[in-house]
Ligand binder design. Structure first.
Ligand code: PLP
Length: 372
């Protein structure tokens, strides 16, 4: 089976497994305990925090470990719901992951306003600038890169607009971190990430908050994480996440992602050539080197493609793992103005660091064969 569903989750890499085992064997204490075993666990956590802070470019004290990005994203919305002025709105891009989108709607209802998206899958910065002249939302949320299309969002630009109007800016960087250079993300007010998208274990992630700011906890009942997130930290799983990120950061520093971008581009050229009528979503936009959202030629619907490819030995997806199984067009493609009939023929190929050029070539050959 050749795996092309890394945006759903990536296999846990060897370095992460080893870091987990070492931390489990050698760091048995609770990081809040006063004895030496506790202190060893606390040191490991502090080192992990420092490393992540250095990668993102923020202060270690601004980082909170969480059970993943769903929790971290919910924490942001919960915090603003508790601290926001009753009249304030939150503006969220129309292509956010459901854990941002749904929690914004849950906490803010009609005061959660959608930021429109261009037909190329990019958040409309002109809209933000124009609207900001008249109204100040309590928070703006725009993800760093979209999980379905891979389109990289202008998070630096949106952050700059927000700074000019003193509006807090939140970016879900789950699909960006561990694939693209992440230094500078730490300057955004709120940033979230999850280990399992870059080769770490599932069930661990983080939230970065503004320096010396308050955070209304979502989980109560302990003073861990500076009282901002109760519950004993899972030291070994955090060590594993940081071991994975360290490997990815080194690969990115060596520009290994640029070669992989070429492989994806070669695949796309071959893909549209061999399957007349097929298109790539957001084709002309800067995209993650690993992601291709494709609209397949007239005929079969997305689920049929996924099943046929599965039988041919390729794991691909119909889009977000959180929406698979639903016989509905994706909200991301709909926000781009893609008609439901087309959106129902969309599938996502998402590669990983382990994917090779022959894997991409095998995928296009299999697609051509299935299509015949
Ligand atoms: N945000 C984005 C953009 C994602 O792709 C995902 C996972 O699919 C999440 C948030 C949720 O992350 P987690 O699985 O760690 O809860």
């Amino acid at each position: 089976m050749i795996y092309f569903d890394y945006n759903a989750t990536a296999p846990v890499m060897r370095e992460a497994r080893e870091a987990w085992l070492t931390a489990t064997e050698k760091t048995g204490g609770n990081p809040s305990s006063m004895h030496q075993a506790g202190a060893r666990a606390a040191v490991l956590l502090a080192n992990a925090r420092e490393k992540l802070a250095a990668y993102l470019g923020c202060h270690p004290a601004d980082l909170i470990w969480t059970s993943g990005a769903t929790e971290a994203n919910n924490m942001v919305m919960h915090h603003f719901a508790k601290k926001a002025q009753p009249a304030s709105e939150v503006w969220v891009s129309a292509i956010e992951h459901p854990c941002v989108f749904d929690s914004a709607q849950y906490y803010f209802g009609k005061k959660a306003k959608l930021i429109p998206i261009t037909s190329e899958g990019v958040v409309d910065t002109d809209w933000i600038t124009t609207e900001m002249a008249d109204a100040r939302p309590g928070l703006v949320a725009v993800m760093a890169a979209n999980n379905e299309t891979g389109v990289i969002q202008p998070w630096r630009e949106v952050h700059a607009i927000c700074q000019a109007y003193e509006v807090p800016f939140f970016t879900d960087a789950v699909q960006f971190i561990g694939k693209m250079p992440c230094h500078g993300l730490g300057e955004c007010d709120y940033v979230t990430g999850a280990a399992h998208k870059f080769g770490g274990p599932r069930g661990v992630g983080f939230l970065k908050i503004p320096h010396r700011s308050q955070m209304t906890p979502l989980l109560l009942g302990g003073k861990q994480e500076g009282g901002r997130r109760a519950g004993t930290e899972n030291v070994a799983i955090i060590a594993a996440m940081m071991a994975a990120l360290e490997v990815r950061e080194k690969q990115i520093a060596r520009n290994e992602h640029l070669l992989r971008k070429l492989w994806r581009e070669n695949f796309e050229r071959e893909f549209v050539r061999t399957l007349p009528g097929a298109t790539v979503v957001g084709a002309n936009q800067p995209r993650l080197w690993n992601t291709v959202a494709a609209i397949m030629p007239d005929g079969d619907r997305k689920h049929q493609w996924v099943i046929r490819l599965d039988k041919a030995g390729f794991a691909v997806s119909t889009g977000s793992a959180c929406t698979t199984g639903k016989e509905e067009p994706s909200h991301v493609l709909s926000a781009m103005g893609i008609k439901p009939a087309q959106a129902m023929r969309s599938i996502r190929f998402s590669a990983g660091w382990e994917t090779t050029e022959p894997d991409w070539q095998a995928l296009v050959a299999a697609l051509a064969k299935i299509h015949l």
